[in-house]
Design a protein around this ligand. Sequence first.
Ligand code: ADP
Ligand code: MG
Length: 586
Amino acid sequence: MSGPKIHILDPETVNRIAAGEVVERPASVAKELVENAIDAGARRVLVDVTTDAKEITRIRVTDDGEGMTPEEAVLAFAPHATSKIRDIADIHAIRTLGFRGEALASIAAVSRVTLITRPKGAGALAGTRVVVCGGEVVEQREVGSPEGTTVVVEELFHNTPARRKFLKSRNTELAHLYGAVEALALAHGEIAFRVVHNGRERFSTQRSADLLGAIAALYGTDLARQLIPIEGRLPFLRIAGFVSRPAESRSGPAQVAISINGRSVASRQIVSAVREGYGTLLPKDRYPVAFISLDIDTNLVDVNVHPTKREVRLSREREVLAAVAAAVEDALAARDLSRKAPPEPAQQQIAERVPEADRIASPEPPYAARHRDLAASDRRLRRTETAPAAAGPNLLPPMEPIGQVAATYIVAKGADGDLFLVDQHAAHERILYEQIVERRDSAVRSQELLMPVIVSLRPAESRIVREAIPLLADDGFVVEEFGRDTYAVRAVPVILGQLEDPQAVRDTIDGLLAEEFRTASDRKEWVTCTIACRGAVRAGVVLTQEQMRRMIEQLAKTKTPWTCPHGRPTVVQFPKEKIERMFGRG
Ligand code: ADP
Ligand code: MG
C-alpha cells in the first residue's frame, strides 16, 4: 500500500534546494556574508580566505556592526528568518541588501558555519557562539567576543558533491570571490574593506573614501587618474560615477560596475546605455571601464526578482537608460574628447592624492593616421615573411590581387578566370597562428624588450595571470611578478617583433579572465589565437598592391590556408563558371 504520491518536502531538503539557488560557489558565500555585515551597519569588514593547494577551505567574515543577541544568533539560521522586513509592503522601501532571510539558512545547509557575535552597546558582557553543520545546530554557548559578528564557513558543499564538482580551479574561485567583494566595496565607500588570503592582504579600501578613492584603491591610481566623472538627475533618479576615456577600453563588459541603491547588480541594458553614450567613440566590439552608481526611488526598483538579487527590475526603465546614456555622452562631450583633451576634474581630484599628472597624446590628423596604418601593416607583414628555403608548397591556386574592397577584402583574379575574395585580417591571422605554433618548440621565440612593460592588475586578475605565466611563456611572453599585483612583461613573442601596445597584454589578460576554460590546452589554444589576432593586419586598413601580394603569398604557404584559426573562411572562391552562370552565359 502507498500514501498519496504528493508530499511536503522536509525542511532539510527545502533548505538544500534553496541553497542551490543562493550558494552557487564560494564567492556567493562571501557576498552574502559581506552583505549581512553591511546591513548590520559595519564600519569595517574583514574577509579572510584560506586555501590549501586545491581549494578554498575557509571563508571568514568579521564586522564591527550591530551584532546579535543569543536568541537572534540561533534564529538567524532559521529559513525565512530576517530582521529586515515584516511584510511584503516593506520590500518596496527596502534599503538593506538582504531581506529574504535565506542566506544563512542556505549556507549552513551545505557547510559548517561558526557564528560568533556580541550585540553592540547592549551592555552584554559575553558573546554567543553557534555552530551549525549541514543545517543542524551542533553547538551553542557563551564565549568572549568583541562587539560585532564573525561568521566562519568551512567544508562548503561537503554534502552536495554535485555542486562541488562544478567548482572551477582554486584560483578561478578566488578570482570570483575577490570580484564579489570588490563590487560591494565599490558600492560602499563608507566602509573600510580588507581582504586577506592565507595571511597576506590582497586588497583594502579606506573608510569614507569617495567612489574615486575606492576605485583607486581597488584598480590602481593609473586607471583612476584618467577617469571622467559623470552625473545626471531626474526627479526620481540620481546618477553618479566615472567612465574611462574611449582609448582605455576592454574586450568585454567585466569592468562596467553598476550599483543601484548600494546594491551591486548586473544589467545588460545599463551596459548598453553606457556604450550608447560613447556613440562612435568606441569601436563596435569594445567596452569602456565604467563605474555607475544609481540612486533610484525605492518604489521603482523591484529587488525581488532573482534569488541572489544580482538582477533588479526597474519601473520607468526607458527613462533611466536614456538618462544614463545622456550622462555619459554629456561628460565625454564636455571633455571635447574627439578634438583635444584638457585636464579634467577626475584627474585633478586624484592628482591631489597622487602626484605626477597624466599625459595624454593628442589625436593625429587623418593623413598621419593613414600613413601610420600603412607602416604598421608593413611591419606586421614583414614579421611573417618566411625564408624562401623554409617555405612549403603553395596550397592556394595562383592568384593576382586587383584591389581591395571596404579596406577589408582583397579582390584577386585567378589564372583560369576565377575570382577570389580574401579577408585580410583572417588570412593574416592564419599565417601568424601557424608560425606561432611552429616556433613554440624552437629555442628563439621571444625577444627581450628594451624597456619592460609594467602592467598593474586587480587582485582578481592577478591570480589568473600568475597561473597563466607558464602558458604565456610557451607563447613567448616572458612575464614576471614585479610587485604586488604588478607584472613586468620582459619579452614578447618574436613574431610580434615589438610590443607596440601594452593593450595586447591587457587584452590577453582580460580574455583569460573572461573565458572559462575547461582544460589547460584550451587555454593555451586561446592564448595563441589571441596573439595571432592581435598581431594580424587589421580589417579596415588600406593596403598597397605590394602588401596584398605578400599577404596572399604567405597565406598560400600555410598548411590550412582556407580558414582562420577560429574556423572562419579566409578565402572565398568564385569559379569562372559560376560567374558566367550569374550573367546568364553558362
Ligand atoms: P537576510 O539578510 O535576508 O535578512 P540572512 O539569512 O542573510 O537573511 O540573515 C538573517 C538575519 O540574521 C538577518 O536579518 C540579521 O538580522 C541577522 N544577521 C546576519 N548576519 C548578521 C551580521 N553580520 N550582523 C548582525 N546581524 C546579522
Ligand atoms: Mg543576508
